[in-house]
Design a binder for this molecule. Structure first.
Ligand SMILES: [Zn+2]
Ligand SMILES: [Zn+2]
Length: 341
């Protein structure tokens, strides 16, 4: 098969022919239909990464595809031609972590797909776990299927924030993670979803994803939120992940607020705990999602309860992928860039 191979930090991926993946008993092989480029792929391949990806890996963990080969454990449960979105994690299915719901990253035998442990979806074919295959109803397109993963990130973040109905929510950053957070926060009952974002294109996108108001990132945020909502934010979703931002949010947060850290900062970062202590802030970090998040997202897309494909701004072939990927290091108008096989 052809795949976009990571060649090392500072070098663009190269499309190469490598061996086709073969199914093990607990796995399936998919023909990749769509695969989104994720900010974490950019992070793990840049010079400052503290967890750099090794050369010789195929990235891509936001994908959908058609089942083309079935491991012996899954014969009879899947058939060739089945359409699925993939939970990008091959876990054993038998350990306590797997049996208690299969949380991302928690299985001792688990391998992330497209994250350096098992080849990902920037390719023609990909191997996934049978337990990770989430069926797509016919009304859900493959493109929507490839958005299930980033949408599950936002859903899990809103779950972890323990948001009450009627909440006032402040979302910092309107990239794909921020958009997904806004969508679910509004969907699940936030009264105000207020967004802080510099880029004009992203502010426009936010308005389509549930943002009720915008604030100016260069001015104190909580004051602006109070003018809109009559109170400060109950929850601040940090969806950017740059040093200094967490402490800025601690300074901004009103007494008793929750700060949900969904941005992925990969550098040492300083906070002043005293500020958070005197306000009894709650700081919650999140990783990934759970398998039921995938089914819920698919179901809401299938029922037309959410409109998600407008997140996609660019579609590229496998041959165009390496240059589109490098261009995302300095994005202009792109939001979600999607490989289309
Ligand atoms: Zn991702
Ligand atoms: Zn396990």
């Amino acid at each position: 098969m052809r795949a976009a191979m990571f060649k090392g930090v500072g070098r663009p991926m190269e499309v190469e022919t490598i061996d086709d993946p073969t199914p093990e008993p607990h796995t399936l092989i998919l023909k990749v239909k769509n695969c989104g480029i994720c900010g974490s792929d950019l992070h793990m391949t840049d010079a400052h990464s503290i967890m750099p990806l090794a050369a010789g890996n195929v990235m891509g963990h936001e994908f959908s595809g058609e089942v083309v080969a079935i491991g012996s454990d899954w014969k009879g449960r899947f058939k060739e031609g089945d359409r699925v979105a993939a939970f990008p994690y091959i876990s054993c299915g038998k350990c306590p972590a797997c049996l208690s719901g299969g949380a991302f990253g928690m299985c001792p035998e688990g391998k992330g797909i497209g994250l350096g442990q098992s080849h990902g979806g920037y390719a023609e074919l990909v191997k996934i776990a049978g337990t990770g295959a989430h069926r797509l109803p016919d009304v859900v397109s493959y493109e929507e299927g490839a958005l299930v993963e980033p949408l599950a990130v936002g859903l899990h973040a809103v779950d972890k924030a323990q948001m009450a109905r009627g909440a006032t929510v402040l979302v910092i950053g309107a990239g794909p993670v921020g958009l997904s957070v806004m969508l679910w926060a509004r969907f699940l009952g936030a009264r105000h979803v207020i967004v802080s974002e510099r880029a004009a294109g992203r502010r426009e996108m936010a308005a389509k994803f549930g943002a009720t108001d915008m604030v100016d990132p260069s001015q104190p945020l909580t004051e602006q939120v109070m003018k809109i909502a009559g109170k400060g934010p109950d929850i601040i979703f940090e969806c950017v992940g740059v040093p200094g931002l967490l402490n800025q949010m601690i300074n901004e947060a009103p007494v008793g607020a929750t700060i949900l850290v969904a941005g992925v900062c990969q550098e040492m970062d300083q906070i002043l705990p005293l500020t958070a202590i005197v306000k009894e802030l709650r700081l919650q970090f999140v990783l990934g999602y759970r398998p039921p998040d995938f089914d819920y997202v698919i179901d809401m897309i299938a029922k037309d309860r959410v409109e998600v494909s407008q997140m996609i701004t660019d579609r590229v072939t496998l041959d165009q992928l390496p240059s589109a990927f490098e261009a995302l290091r300095k994005p202009t108008t792109q939001c979600k860039v999607m490989l289309k096989n």
